[in-house]
Every structure is written in structure tokens, then in C-alpha cells.
Design a protein around this ligand. Structure first.
Ligand code: SF4
Ligand code: F3S
Length: 106
């Protein structure tokens, strides 16, 4: 499966969702996740993300490994998003910020 990591938090550009052939993305207030039960590992979403937040499970950076179970957990709770929409209003202010985990809204 593919995994959305920290870079997405407070940005949510949503370019990724338009290309997913199986509508695997789920939307929270300021972050998206991929439902691991839906993702077919096509990888087309990876280059769409302006902040490079999406990784194949086997390529998730070491300091982002907690995002794999987090995607699975939140996918059970959040609703599908299938069309790109405007990013969060201050997305560009957060796109280069590291250590954004504490800002994740569930
Ligand atoms: Fe969707 Fe393919 Fe990305 Fe999985 S890898 S979330 S199937 S676009
Ligand atoms: Fe998030 Fe990147 Fe998609 S910022 S919403 S994973 S395009």
C-alpha cells in the first residue's frame, strides 16, 4: 500500500485524489490518508503531491514509520475524497515546516 506522511499536515493540496483509480483517499480536517484496503499500489498519486508526502509502504522514511498504521486507523474513520479541491488557506506557509505531527486534527 501507499502511505501519506507528515508533509500533508496543514497543507492538504489534494492533487493526489483526482488520479487515484480506486478512490482510496480519505479526508480529515487537515490531512489525508490512503485506505490500505483500497490502494492497488499503482503509484500514480506519488508525483502529484507538491510536498512529496506519499510513499510506498516499503519506502516510508524511518522517521515517518508511524504514519503507516496511522493511515490505516484514520481510513476507518474518515470519508472518501475523490475530487481535487482548493488546498487549506495557509498551505503554502506550512509546506516546508517539519515536525507538524502535533497539528494533526482527527
Ligand atoms: Fe490510489 Fe494508486 Fe495512490 Fe494507491 S498508489 S492511493 S491506488 S493512486
Ligand atoms: Fe496531501 Fe499531497 Fe495529497 S499535500 S492532500 S498528499 S497532494
Amino acid at each position: 500500500t501507499f502511505v501519506v506522511t507528515e508533509g500533508c499536515i496543514r497543507c492538504k493540496y489534494t492533487d493526489c485524489v483526482d488520479v487515484c483509480p480506486v478512490d482510496a483517499f480519505r479526508e480529515g480536517p487537515n490531512f489525508l490518508v490512503i485506505d490500505p484496503d483500497e490502494c492497488i499500489d499503482c503509484a500514480v498519486c506519488v508525483p502529484e503531491c507538491p510536498v512529496a508526502a506519499i510513499f510506498a509502504e516499503e519506502d516510508v522514511p524511518r522517521d515517518q514509520l508511524d504514519f503507516t498504521p496511522l493511515n490505516a486507523e484514520l481510513a476507518l474513520k474518515w470519508k472518501p475524497i475523490t475530487r481535487t479541491k482548493p488546498a487549506l488557506p495557509d498551505a503554502d506557509d506550512w509546506s516546508e515546516v517539519k515536525d507538524k505531527r502535533d497539528h494533526l486534527e482527527r
